[in-house]
Design a protein around this ligand. Sequence first.
Ligand code: ZN
Length: 128
Amino acid sequence: MQTEAQKRAQRKYRSTAKFKLSLQRRESRRAKKLQDKRKELLGRFGNRCFICLRSPHYLAFHHLSYDNAYSYKHRGSYKQAMILKEIEAHPESFRLLCSPCHSIVTTILKDESALARLQQVVRVEQGS
Ligand SMILES: [Zn+2]
């Protein structure tokens, strides 16, 4: 149990520049760690989109089934860490996708009739 004096001293310390700097450093160490882990996982997935095989700057890990996505209720860097952990533990549940391909996939997932329309478009463009 903290005394009032201890609580006051702690509040005072937490308002100092030194404490704020240590928080910032801890946060940037955490961010760097997440970045490195993400990079490593991107490498394991071949650094390219599963569908179009391109390697644009931004690639997203797409979860094949959201049923067991218990970790998605968290937020911020903690959430990101949980997702990376999930990808590492169950890589078979994920596909790496570029933004355009990810957008098509999520459109079809939201509305299955979009797939039939997409197939019409592809057929028209192939000229058959
Ligand atoms: Zn793609």
